[in-house]
Design a protein around this ligand. Sequence first.
Ligand code: TXA
Ligand code: MG
Length: 355
Amino acid sequence: MTAGPDAIAQAVRLLEEGKLVAIPTETVYGLAADADNPAAVAAIFSAKGRPSNHPLIVHVARDADLSHWAIEIPPVAQQLIAAFWPGPLTLILKRAPGVDDVITGGQDSIGVRCPSHPIAQALLKLFRGGQGGIAAPSANRFGRVSPTTAQHVIDEFGSPGSGPIAAVLEGGPCEVGIESTIIDLTRLDTQGPVLLRPGQISVQQLEQVLGCQLATADHAAPRVSGSLDAHYAPRTPLALIERQALVDTMATLKAKHRQVLSLVIDKEVVQTKALQAEGLQSESLDREGVFTTHMPSDPQAYAQALYAKLRALDQVGADLILVEQPPKTAAWQGINDRLQRAAFDSAGVLERWLA
Ligand code: TXA
Ligand code: MG
């Protein structure tokens, strides 16, 4: 059952006391703390094992006063806010002087986002009378797969009260399933708006609103921890591979007594929330005796299911997860970004086993 008004009010009290609360958003679950309480924000970093120079996103209600966080809200920011908030879009703005270094990782920019999940919305409306900010990274340990259900959060950090988290607000499986799109608006004079992290909101949708092209991140861009080459990774090695090669590779590795799992795209699969919540439901034991998980061919449904599937596959403790390379089109950009990062650490594993 999703959290009701009492649970939300209790979460607000805990946050105002400086505790950590896991909250649902439409993208992934966040590990939340009062953004105006540096000690509470510092507790997020220690719970996650996240390096202190990686900045956090501040979540705000739709009509919160952004000037508390940013010194300047340029017209392009207003346009993007009007088009996409509440929703899975984070804006990087020039930070206001009162914002603590602990949130920004010492940078002179600040990430802000207004999530659309009804529970996040209700929480933000109550918290400090709708004018507060809630700092929240994804509620996973650093570098790992983001949580898209409340149970994933508990799997990462233990039950509420037993570990670093005081409460977990149940909000059902996340609609979007991958983290927000991040746009940097701090260097408009020289770079224009820059895409730091692709997500469900596509480059085309953004460019349509902006009326100009989006640049992609360069080395001078503000740091984004999700843009480390290796990130979002299951513990099991993962390789991205075209469909035909995947089938052949599974057979070859099976002959070498390797346990291989695979994630393939299947036009027949229509993903539902219920299916996603059950993790391995759409998995089948195929004739080769190898686990094949069938993923939906619609990119939004694929993204919604992806992290739950990766977590479930990781539980099996196999030697390798082979993931069918999705189409390299705009609608799949956020997904391809996460899969490439998930595969980064295991680059070379497949080649070694095939050699
Ligand atoms: O969808 C999301 O964005 C989720 C939900 C919980 O809102 N949050 C999330 O947070 O993905 P996190 O911390 O896992 O990733 C946020 C990314 C990081 O890569 C961080 O470096 C970047 O946003 N970021 C935050 N503030 C920034 C800043 N001032 N400049 C550049 N990047 C920033
Ligand atoms: Mg994260």
